[in-house]
Design a protein around this ligand. Structure first.
Ligand code: R1P
Ligand code: URA
Length: 262
């Protein structure tokens, strides 16, 4: 660890963490849900709760002797952007989203994992960092290590493009919202994305990929399927525990494989 004492102790405004608290961690696991932070950290060694500020709950743990931060981003691109900015200031260089998602291809099943090769930027935050023509792509190496980790552990996964939407209802063409109204712009959009080969809807990956790229950091996204959107609109909560276990197992081995590589 380097830096002056004041630098090491400076607390980031939104996430409530300092460099000193991270013990030199370069890797961050980023679930959206604060309630997923501790269940994921159970798959790390010697984990301890650091703090919670707003939607940002944080735990530090270890893979072998490699420090890893688990921190929730909250829902959506704006709070994810803040998380990336503030964690980068603290020395995090490798960001792994561990999310949940709704599949829009019929061959994808509940509980499967999706490793994103790119993301449709159906959100506003990434546009504050780069024009819409700029691609939202993850780190090739981190993404390959997610594939290797899943294969090594025989965990079912798919790779492809996700669509990151700024809304859970209209942007993902859900009609079971309070009003039931989906603006014309999004009517038929699920089928259009499906025909274009997009695998799944979620809400953060495109901002994570775009922001990480534009600031010289490395990001990847791994999501567990909890909704089958070709069959309906609802989320299947009974698959949640299985998804958390799979996300955590793949992420843990990914750190080991990536650390051997660098
Ligand atoms: O489970 P998380 O990681 O929050 O991810 C998904 O779940 C939330 C919506 O229910 C959005 O954040 C979406 O991206
Ligand atoms: O359908 C889903 C499930 C989880 N998260 C989403 O954004 N959409």
């Amino acid at each position: 660890m380097t830096g002056t004492t004041a630098d090491m102790k400076a607390i980031q405004y939104h996430i409530g963490l300092s460099k000193q608290m991270l013990c030199g961690a370069k890797y961050a696991f980023l679930p959206g849900d604060p309630g997923r932070v501790e269940p994921i950290s159970k798959y790390l060694d010697n984990s301890s709760v650091l703090t919670q500020h707003r939607e940002y709950r944080s735990v530090l743990g270890y893979v072998d002797s490699i420090p890893v931060l688990v921190m929730s981003t909250g829902i959506g691109a704006p709070s994810t952007g803040i998380a990336v900015e503030e964690l980068a200031r603290l020395g995090i260089t490798h960001f792994l989203r561990l999310g949940t998602t709704g599949a829009i291809q019929p061959h994808v099943r509940l509980g499967d994992l999706i490793i994103s090769e790119g993301a449709v930027r159906l959100e506003g935050t990434s546009g504050h960092y780069a024009p819409i023509e700029y691609p939202a792509v993850p780190s090739l190496i981190l993404t390959q290590k997610l594939v290797d980790s899943s294969r090594l552990q025989s965990i079912s996964y798919h790779t492809g493009i996700c669509c990151s939407s700024d809304s859970f209802w209209p942007g993902q063409e859900r009609y079971d919202s309070f009003s039931g109204f989906v603006p014309r712009r999004f009517q038929g959009s699920l089928e259009e994305w499906r025909r274009l080969g997009v695998l799944n809807f979620e809400m953060e990956s495109s901002a994570l990929f775009t922001i990480a790229r534009t600031i010289g950091m490395h990001a990847a996204s791994l999501c567990g399927v909890i909704a089958l959107r070709t069959e309906g609109e609802s989320v299947q909560q009974d698959v949640y525990a299985q998804v958390i276990e799979r996300l955590a197992l793949v992420a843990r081995v990914m750190v080991r494989l990536h650390n051997e590589y660098i």
